[in-house]
Write a protein that binds this ligand. Sequence first.
Ligand SMILES: [Zn+2]
Length: 116
Amino acid sequence: MARGDDIPSDIRKRIDRCKAELATLGVVLRGSVTRRYMPCGKPGCKCMADQPVLHGPYYQWTSKVEGKTRTVRLTKDQAVVHQQWVDNARRLRRILARWEAAGEAAAKNIQKISSR
Ligand SMILES: [Zn+2]
């Protein structure tokens, strides 16, 4: 008979590591932060020269809200913080993937026990 506590210690340890890493995350933010250089389009501007010197950098955070892309302009300092939060979201997804992989291993383990 398979029971929910038939979890081998190595799988428990994998889950505990996920929990510990999860506890270190602060703000998580969807989207991406980009840095752009752009022309302004004014005739005679350095950005319109044969060897253009573009304006910028401009920082922006892009995310999807209900399927629509939303872009927000940021200062450099804001961009640094947004990037850290976006990186945290990536770490969160990696932790979740490892946590689910441990779940796969736990499921396989009780499937073996049940079929005995
Ligand atoms: Zn220009």
